[in-house]
Structures are given as C-alpha cells and as structure tokens.
Design a protein around this ligand. Structure first.
Ligand SMILES: Nc1nc2c(ncn2[C@@H]2O[C@H](COP(=O)(O)OP(=O)(O)O)[C@@H](O)[C@H]2O)c(=O)[nH]1
Ligand SMILES: Nc1ncnc2c1ncn2[C@@H]1O[C@H](COP(=O)(O)OP(=O)(O)O)[C@@H](O)[C@H]1O
Length: 209
C-alpha cells in the first residue's frame, strides 16, 4: 500500500516552544478517542515528570544516528541543539489500520512529512505575542534561563515558517484554540472521507459510488 492510500488521517502540529502545543494536543486527545499521538525519539534529556516511552523515547545520540542509518525515521531534525525524529514504526501501522495520528513536531519535520505525505494536515500554533510566549516559558519553569533565551531567538525563525502550513491557530484563550483545533480535525475527516476508501458507513447505506 502506498503511503497516500493509508486510510488514517495524519495531523501535524508545530509551534515555537512555549506556545502551548503539548497542552492543546493533550486536551484534544482527551476529547477525541480516534486520535493517537505519535511518540518521537529524542536525544534530549528527560524533564522532571517525563517518562521514557510516554512523552518521548529518550535515547543517546549514537543510537539515534544508528536509527537514521537504518532508515528508521520518516523524518528527523535538530531542534534547539537536540535530535528529534518520528519513527516509521510509530505511525505506519496505525495509519494503515485506519487510525488518525497527530505528530507534535517542529516545522522542519512538518515540511518533510508534507513532502512524503501530501494529504497530511499541517497546523501551526502561534502565541498571541512575544511577551506572552516568554511568560509561558518562564511559568512552565522547566528550562534554564539561557535555554529559554535560545528558544525565544529560535521562535522568530520558526514563526516565519507558518505560511507554509495549511492552518494557523492562535493560542490566546486556551478553550478557543482547542475549539479551533477540534474544528480542523473534524472538517478534514469529513473532507477526506469523501476522497478515500475508508468512507463513512452512510455511503454504503446510500449506495454512493
Ligand atoms: N522534527 C521533529 N521535531 C520534533 C519531534 N518531536 C518533537 N519535536 C520538536 O522539538 C521541539 C522541542 O521539543 P521539546 O524539547 O519537547 O520542547 P518544548 O517544545 O518546549 O516542549 C518542539 O518544536 C517539538 O515539536 C520529532 O519527532 N521530529
Ligand atoms: N492559552 C494559554 N494561556 C495561558 N497559558 C497557556 C496557554 N496554553 C498553554 N499555556 C501554558 O504555557 C506553558 C507552555 O505550554 P506547553 O503546552 O508546554 O507548550 P509547548 O508544548 O508549545 O512548548 C505551560 O505552562 C502551559 O500550561
């Protein structure tokens, strides 16, 4: 089966660090039992509450490089000085089984995925302002001061890529942004259902070809 023919939908969510991507995707998953998030591999060290296999698969750089050499990744990128990648194993089987998958990855990975899988829906989350982005990074309290400053510098470059995405969601009020995300996921499901073999049961009931 070619990747274009996978019956599951693929959603890719990117954002500058601190914009609220992880919080929004977590809330979206709680509302939508058909969505699964893909667990990426990274060479970054785990933060306080993070667990191996839950937020990420935390692996040393030589192991990550070996996976690249074996062609194990759909995409990978260096972000804020660490390596991150989406393994084929993490998403291929699910998409083939008709499950919808969300990737929480950076813009470089998102653009690689769009090349491989043009039906992927690319969503970029923007913070309402630079000062609010800094506040959120500070409030989260997980990163050292110089790490936050590096992320603020990188954020300028990252948001410039938003124009290559299919949708932009501004995360000012959390509930509004969550509603926007839900709407995008729902609308894309309805759109793709009409284009694919995995069509809603009503198509058969109405004998639509
Ligand atoms: N290309 C790519 N980027 C990823 C992947 N997993 C995570 N990222 C991105 O790496 C960046 C840093 O993530 P993380 O260290 O968790 O920090 P956070 O964004 O501040 O929570 C974010 O932009 C993530 O979306 C992946 O598998 N591939
Ligand atoms: N709409 C919002 N208003 C205020 N704070 C928010 C909002 N969305 C997320 N946050 C907070 O901002 C911080 C960064 O969010 P997080 O989801 O970790 O971002 P990301 O995954 O994009 O790095 C967290 O402390 C989170 O609770």
């Amino acid at each position: 089966m070619k990747i274009m023919e996978f019956p599951g939908n693929l959603y890719v969510v990117a954002a500058p660090s601190g914009a609220g991507k992880s919080s929004l995707v977590k809330a979206l998953l709680e509302l939508d039992a058909r969505l699964m998030v893909s667990v990426s591999h990274t060479t970054r060290k785990p933060r306080g509450q993070e667990q191996d296999g839950r937020e990420y698969w935390f692996i040393p750089e030589p192991a990550f490089r070996a996976m690249i050499a074996h062609g194990d990744f759909f995409e990978w990128a260096e972000v804020h000085g660490n390596l991150y990648g989406t393994s084929r194993a993490a998403i291929e089987a699910r998409l083939k089984a008709g499950e919808d998958v969300v990737l929480e990855i950076d813009f470089q990975g998102a653009l690689q995925i769009k090349q491989l899988f043009p039906m992927a829906v690319l969503i970029f989350i923007l913070p309402p302002s630079w000062s609010e982005l800094r506040q959120r990074l500070l409030r989260r309290g997980e990163d050292a001061g110089e790490v936050i400053e590096q992320r603020m510098v990188n954020a300028r470059h990252e948001v410039a890529q938003a124009r290559h995405f299919d949708y932009i969601v501004v995360n000012a009020l959390f509930e509004t942004a969550l509603f926007d995300l839900k709407t995008i996921v729902h609308a894309q499901r309805l759109k793709y259902a009409a284009q694919r073999r995995s069509r809603p049961a009503v198509f058969d009931a109405l004998q639509l070809s």
